[in-house]
Write a protein that binds this ligand. Structure first.
Ligand code: ADP
Ligand code: MG
Length: 369
């Protein structure tokens, strides 16, 4: 449990966080949202005393954090800031184990941690010995998230960790962090300026404006009973997508003619297929038509020998949607991402079609009429 008791942070010119009394229960996913400069980062950093409060007390499980030293705080609280990438010269394993290293854990204490974590995010064990540059961007992000869990602190602070990511990668990571938080029973305090993200992840949301906490409630209560006009306006920023394709499922809109290639084929064969079909990307499937990845023409030119197998170079962080999802839920990612289509899979991850951006056009047009 984290308690803020009469906490305030003042700088000579301004009050960054005004008189604050609130309690965060264990194993909660808390999002902190507000406009820029509203005090989110200050609130977060006071928890691990990167910023000392001007007045008041912060207690963790009843213990005043002012009385803990840096190492003790680090043992209790993990911290992830915006866009901090992996250290490029260190292996994935060493990247994951940075904080246990700082805490001078013994070899025995460190035993097996990197393996357990990388399995949790479904990456192969041998990636532990690779350098970050040998992983795709999405895979690196996943490692960045599990690194925050390596020292097994009960509390994880995250300051806009996914702020700069494309919507598809961000969505995948949101699902991942939420799953890990629940599986590993963590208290996560997560700063965001994206109301969608907050509503999706949080058990409770702290809404801030000009250093004041305007509302601290469950997602349900905030939606049903916004504390004031500021909160209403914040909620109003949610994309108006409820009426769009609300009852329609992805399967109703997808195109089931897909250009896919088997992962046992060579680059040469893939290029031939691309040329013939006049496409610049191909989805990669196994012999049973499970979606495994994709390749882009951009990855094929240059120095890769043309006999190379596709599974060696394909990208595996492919976003996909289930055919049973509502179209309304995939409109945003689809319109915001760089890819022109999303692969559609069934419950067993069999590739069953693609959803193209252009297929949305008629749907949106129908809404406008
Ligand atoms: P947010 O994370 O919500 O954007 P911050 O917590 O970073 O906001 O900042 C809250 C307020 O405190 C802002 O008005 C900011 O200008 C002010 N502030 C933050 N850090 C300092 C500092 N070191 N000195 C003076 N003012 C600061
Ligand atoms: Mg901030």
């Amino acid at each position: 449990m984290i308690e803020f008791i009469g906490v305030e942070k003042k700088y000579s010119a301004a009050t960054a966080v005004a008189q604050l009394d609130l309690t965060i229960d264990d194993n909660q996913f808390i999002c902190v949202i507000g406009t820029s400069g509203s005090g989110k980062t200050t609130l977060l950093r006071m928890i691990n005393r990167m910023i000392a409060p001007s007045t008041g007390t912060i207690k963790i499980n009843g213990q005043d954090t002012a009385k803990l030293n840096e190492d003790e705080l680090r043992r209790k609280i993990g911290y992830v800031i915006q866009n901090i990438g992996l250290f490029p010269h260190m292996s994935i394993r060493d990247n994951i184990m940075v904080v246990p290293g700082l805490l001078k854990w013994s070899a025995q204490q460190k035993q097996g941690i990197a393996e357990r974590l990388i399995e949790k995010v479904e990456l192969p064990l041998d990636y532990l010995e690779r350098k970050p540059k040998n992983l795709s961007g999405g895979q690196q992000q996943r490692i960045g998230v599990i690194r925050a869990l390596a020292a097994n602190q009960d509390i994880i602070l995250m300051d806009e960790p996914f702020g700069a990511l494309d919507p598809i990668t961000r969505e995948a990571l949101q699902e991942m962090i939420k799953r890990l938080q629940q599986e590993m029973q963590k208290t996560v305090i997560f700063v965001t300026h994206d109301i969608e993200e907050a509503l999706k992840l949080a058990d409770k949301i702290i809404i801030m404006d000009h250093g004041e906490v305007i509302q601290y409630d469950t997602v349900e209560t905030i939606i049903k009973q916004p504390a004031n006009a500021f909160v209403e306006e914040l909620l109003g920023k949610r994309k108006k997508q409820t009426s769009l394709g609300n009852e329609m499922q992805v399967r109703d809109l997808m195109c089931s003619e897909v250009e896919a290639v088997s992962l046992s084929k060579s680059i040469h064969a893939a290029m031939e297929q691309m040329t013939r079909k006049r496409v610049d990307t191909l989805l990669v499937v196994d012999d049973e038509n499970h979606l495994k990845g994709f390749i882009d023409i951009k990855d094929l030119n240059g120095s890769v020998p043309k006999e190379t197998n596709l599974y060696e170079i394909m990208r595996t962080d492919t976003a996909s949607v289930n055919q049973n999802e509502n179209v309304a839920d995939v409109v945003d990612p689809l319109l915001n991402m760089e890819l022109k289509y999303l692969p559609v899979v069934d419950d067993e991850n069999y590739l069953v079609g693609i959803l193209t951006r252009s297929s949305l056009v008629s749907l949106i047009y129908a809404q406008l009429k």
